[in-house]
Design a protein around this ligand. Structure first.
Ligand SMILES: [Zn+2]
Ligand SMILES: [Zn+2]
Length: 310
C-alpha cells in the first residue's frame, strides 16, 4: 500500500523541519556542550535524517526495508551501488543482512567485492551490483530445501550434507550450499568422509568429473555405494587413481562424457588383487572401472589383465 501523495509530502516536510530544528539547536549550543551531550544530540538528529532516507521515494516509504532495497536494486540493475546508499534506502544499520536474504532466499544475483566473483568483476567490499532483474527461483528453492534440512535433520553436519546431496542426485551442488546446510567450516572434510568412509559416489573435479569446477560436487547415484572393502582407500590415493586413469574406465574406456539416462554408469575404484587376499590400498593395486565393468568383474564375467598397469 502506498501513501497518499499529500500525506507523504507532509511527512517529508515534517522530517526536514525536525532535522532543521535539531541542527539549529546544535549550532547554537555545541560550543558549550560536553562530548556526550553532543553525541546525544546527533543521535536525535540521525532519526529524522534516517527517516528521510526511508521517505526518499513515496512509492516505497511504507514498505519493509528489504522490499525497499529490492526495488532500489531493480531500478538500478547493472549499476554499482555503494553500501551507504543501501543504508539510506533501508533506514537500518543491518541492511547487509537484508541484502543477503534477497540473495539467498529470493535468488537475486547481487554481487559484492567479497569472495565469489566480486573481485573478478572489479567491485570493492563496499560496492554491490544486481546482475539480473529476474531472481533465480531455482537457487531460492534450493535455499529453502537447505533450510528445511537444517531444521529437520537429526545428526551432525555430515548427515545434513548427505541429506542435501540426496535431494539433488546427479545435479551440481556448491561449496556455498554445503557450508550453509551444514553450518560446518569443515564441510569439505565431511564430504570426503562420505566418499571414503561411507562409500557414496560423490564426484568432484578430481574424482571422475573434470567438467566440474573446484567447489562443486555431484552425488552420482542413490543406489550404488562402494563395498565396505573399497572404503579404506585413502582419499589421496583415490585422487591419484582418478588422475592416472584419466577419469576413465580401464577396461572399456567409459567416462562421464558418455553418460546417458539409459546407461547411467559411474566410476568406481577396484582392487586388482582383492583386498581380502592381501591386496594393498595403494596406487599400484587400485584402478578405475565403470560400474558396468565393475559388476561384470565381480561376477567373473570379465577379468582384469594382470599386467593392466604395465
Ligand atoms: Zn567399463
Ligand atoms: Zn572391485
Amino acid at each position: 500500500m502506498t501513501l497518499e501523495k499529500a500525506s507523504y509530502e507532509q511527512q517529508v516536510e515534517n522530517l526536514i523541519a525536525e532535522a532543521e530544528a535539531l541542527l539549529s539547536s546544535y549550532k547554537q549550543q555545541w560550543k558549550g556542550l560536553s562530548w556526550r551531550e553532543k553525541v546525544l544530540l546527533l543521535v536525535d538528529l540521525n532519526i529524522p535524517i534516517s527517516d528521510l532516507g526511508v521517505y526518499s521515494n513515496y512509492r516505497v516509504a511504507n514498505l519493509a526495508a528489504r522490499e525497499r532495497l529490492r526495488l532500489y536494486f531493480i531500478e538500478h540493475v547493472g549499476e554499482i551501488i555503494h553500501k551507504e546508499e543501501l543504508r539510506v534506502v533501508s533506514g537500518i544499520s543491518e541492511f547487509g543482512r537484508r541484502v543477503r536474504e534477497l540473495r539467498v532466499e529470493d535468488g537475486y544475483k547481487i554481487i559484492t567485492g567479497v569472495g565469489d566473483s566480486g573481485e573478478f568483476l572489479g567491485l570493492t567490499p563496499e560496492e554491490y551490483k544486481l546482475l539480473d532483474k529476474e531472481p533465480d527461483l531455482n537457487a531460492a528453492h534450493r535455499w529453502h530445501i537447505a533450510n528445511r534440512i537444517k531444521r529437520e535433520t537429526k545428526g551432525g553436519s555430515q548427515a545434513k550434507i548427505l541429506c542435501f546431496l540426496k535431494e539433488f542426485v546427479g545435479k551440481v551442488v556448491t561449496n556455498d550450499e554445503l557450508y550453509n546446510v551444514s553450518g560446518a567450516k569443515e564441510f569439505g572434510r565431511r564430504v570426503r568422509e562420505l566418499r571414503t568412509e561411507e562409500g557414496y559416489a560423490i564426484s568432484t573435479k578430481f574424482t571422475g568429473r573434470p567438467d566440474l569446477r573446484v567447489g562443486e560436487y555431484v552425488l552420482e547415484s542413490l543406489n550404488r555405494v562402494a563395498d565396505p572393502h573399497d572404503r579404506k582407500i585413502p582419499y589421496e590415493v583415490q585422487k591419484q587413481v582418478y588422475e592416472r586413469d584419466n577419469n576413465t574406465c580401464r577396461l572399456c574406456g567409459w567416462n562421464h562424457h558418455k553418460w546417458t539416462k539409459q546407461d547411467p554408469r559411474i566410476l568406481e575404484l577396484h582392487h586388482i588383487r582383492e583386498h581380502a587376499k592381501g591386496g594393498q590400498n595403494s596406487l599400484d593395486n587400485v584402478i578405475l572401472l565403470c560400474s558396468k565393468c565393475h559388476d561384470k568383474v565381480h561376477a567373473k564375467k570379465l577379468s582384469v589383465p594382470d599386467n593392466i598397469l604395465d
